[in-house]
Structures are given as C-alpha cells and as structure tokens.
Design a binder for this molecule. Structure first.
Ligand code: F6R
Length: 363
C-alpha cells in the first residue's frame, strides 16, 4: 500500500527515519550506548574484511570501507560479486567475508558467499530478507530491518545497509582496542541522532525538486565527490540513470583531470556532493575546474559548506550538518530525492523502470 504517496519509491524514501531507527535499535544498546555485537561476530579475531555485493549494495559496502579503515583501523577489500566469483581471489584465512544484499538472493553475491565458504572463511550476510538463501547459508545472518522494499530502485535498504555497517565499524573499533569505551559511546550517540537528521534532510525535497526540473533536458550528468562521498556520487548517478534514463557518471573528483573533464561542455550539469569535511577544500577546487569549463554546478552540501561556496555555485542544496559517520546517509537521501523528482518530471515509471528486476537471481 502506497498510502498518501504516488509511488512506492517516495514512500520508502520517507520511511527512512523509521527504518533507520529500527536498524539502530537492532545494533545499538540505547542505555549503555554501545554496539550490541551480533553473536559469532568477532572482529578481534580477524585481520581483514572482504565486502562483496552488487549495485547499490556494493556502494553501501564502499562507504563502509572508509568507516572500517578510519574508525577501526581494519583493512577492507570491496568487490563486485560478478568479478569476485570468477577472479581466483587470494583469500587470507583470517578474513571475514560480508556479503551485502537487500534480497539475499542475488545470484552473483550468493555465488561469492559460497566461494568464500568453500575456502572456510568466516562469512556474514547483511540482508533485508532474513528468510533468504544468503541469510540461511552464511555463518552469521545480519538483518538491516528496512522492511519490504517494493520500489525497484533501492533507497531505504541502502541507508539501512550503510547504517548497520557503520555500527559494526564502531563495534569493530572497540573490539579491536582501536578506540576506548568513551569514544565508542560518542560514536553511538552520534549515530542515534541519525533519524532526526534524516527527518530534516527530507525537508529539502521541494528545493531538490526545483533543481531536478532543470535537469530534464541534460544529455549527460556528472556526479563528483571525495572520500565517502565517492560511493554516494556513484549511487546518485546509478539512481538517476535507472529511473530517469538520463546518462549519468559518478567519479572521484580527483580523477576528473585524468580524462572525464574532456566531456564537460558549456551547460553540462555537474552534481557536486561535498559536505564540509576534511576534503571539502579539495572538492571545491575540482568544482572550480569544471566551472571554468562552463559546467553548470549543482552543489549538495551542508550549512558550513554552503556558506564557504557562496559565489562559487548558483545552485546549492543545503542538507543537514552531520558527522562523518552520518553524512554519507544524509547525502544519499539528497541523491534519492534528486533522482526521484527528475524521473517524475520526465514521467517515467519510477517504481518499475524498464529492463530492471527487483531481484537478479540469474547472472
Ligand atoms: C539499484 C538496485 C540494484 C541492487 C542490486 C543488488 O537501485 O536496486 O543495483 O542494489 O541488484 O541487489 P541485492 O541488494 O538484492 O543483492
């Protein structure tokens, strides 16, 4: 039931304060403000995490790589399932394999899980559907608690995957002695503010709809970010192409001058995802590079970033201020709304985009 919403996708976008609250209550102890580490998951016993997934779930894993490495000092390899399964990957026995999948049925991801099991690796499946094959076959089934996702383009599953992985990164950091209990509690308190920040992010919907209306004639759109905003740029481009059918490319902003900048013409829309973080200045210099080549800049940032970039971009969307653990999720919501409103303006079938299936059970 879509309730008051014209599409499941919009309903699911707006459910995110609740779905993220559920994810957080599963992984955090709200009284003690610590991570409730799922049974069997011992991050002190491993020296590497391998995250394998497809599509949007892969981008959630990519965000998690930044979190595990930065907060927990734990090395993370991230792989596309269809590549991992056929590549003869070299697996060290002290690795933990985490497959990430909304459906828990994606053929390539399941094959990657089975491959890791055949090498006796410890495996965990982070899934939305707990009755799925991956949940059954992995050593540890980790729920994301997003509830049924009907829209083919993944929204609430992505933010709950990212959120669950963020809590695990904090738990891993503490378990490994990389941070003390006070620092872990501070991270947990920070994550606990996420649902309220998401409520505020959703209030940007009308502003974003206005930006979307200016994109409908674009033949190509670029999405740029740095650090954890790289996967969000890739996710923004994926979401836009899958439901609006506009050609879009996401890039690490620093890669621009290694090729893609050749594609920038007068009026090419370039979406820059840059909250005020440690890399903000670097991203702003990439903004200036594309602006100098005539690009039409659309900056998605936070209040401090908006202030700093005044005069550099005519179009600025100010999303809520968030810490590094929460910012990728807040910025992802901006991307979901941008893709949604662009597609609706173009009149495409938002919930059932052409050529796509919700669950890809054949390779
Ligand atoms: C994009 C999207 C797909 C899925 C991918 C993996 O919006 O929904 O890219 O993320 O097919 O599906 P799951 O997570 O079910 O393994």
């Amino acid at each position: 039931d879509k309730g008051q919403y014209p599409h499941y996708m919009l309903k699911e976008i707006h459910e995110q304060p609740e779905t993220l609250s559920r994810t957080l209550s599963h992984y955090l102890d709200p009284i003690e403000m610590r991570v409730d580490m799922p049974d069997g998951l011992d991050f002190a016993a491993i020296d590497r995490v391998i995250i394998v997934a497809c599509g949007t779930a892969y981008y959630a894993g990519m965000v998690a790589k930044y979190m595990f490495e930065q907060i927990a000092g734990l090395a993370v390899d991230i792989d596309i399932a269809s590549e991992f399964r056929y590549r003869d990957p070299v697996l060290s026995p002290k690795s933990l394999m985490i497959v990430v999948s909304q459906s828990g049925e994606t053929a390539d991801t399941l094959a990657a899980l089975r491959y890791a099991k055949s090498f006796n690796l410890k495996t965990a499946a982070l899934v939305n559907v707990m009755t799925s094959t991956m949940a059954r076959e992995a050593d540890i089934a980790l729920p994301i608690k997003a509830g049924p996702e009907i829209g083919v383009a993944s929204t609430k599953a992505f933010t709950s995957q990212t959120c669950a992985l963020a809590t695990l990164a904090v738990g891993a950091a503490f378990a490994r002695g990389h941070i003390d209990a006070d620092t872990a509690a501070a991270h947990c308190r920070d994550l606990a503010t996420l649902p309220q920040r998401v409520v505020e992010a959703l209030l940007c919907s009308d502003d974003i709809a206005q930006v979307a209306a200016t994109l409908i004639d674009a033949k190509s759109i670029f999405f740029l970010g740095r650090g954890p905003m790289v996967p969000i740029a890739l996710e923004g481009a994926l979401k836009l192409k899958e439901i609006s059918y506009i050609h879009a490319e996401g890039y690490a902003a620093g890669e621009l001058k290694h090729g893609p900048i050749a594609l920038i013409e007068t009026g090419t829309p370039v979406i820059i995802i840059a909250p005020d973080d440690a890399l903000f200045e670097k991203t702003v210099s990439n903004l200036q590079e594309v602006a100098a080549r005539g690009a039409r800049i659309i900056l998605l940032t936070d209040a401090k970033g908006a202030d700093a970039a005044k005069g550099l971009s005519k179009t600025i969307v100010t999303l809520p201020t968030a810490t590094p653990l929460c910012a990728p999720i807040i910025q992802a919501i901006g991307q979901q709304l941008l893709a949604y409103h662009t597609a609706v303006t173009l009149g495409t079938d938002v919930d059932q985009p052409r050529n796509l299936a919700k669950s890809v059970t054949v390779e």
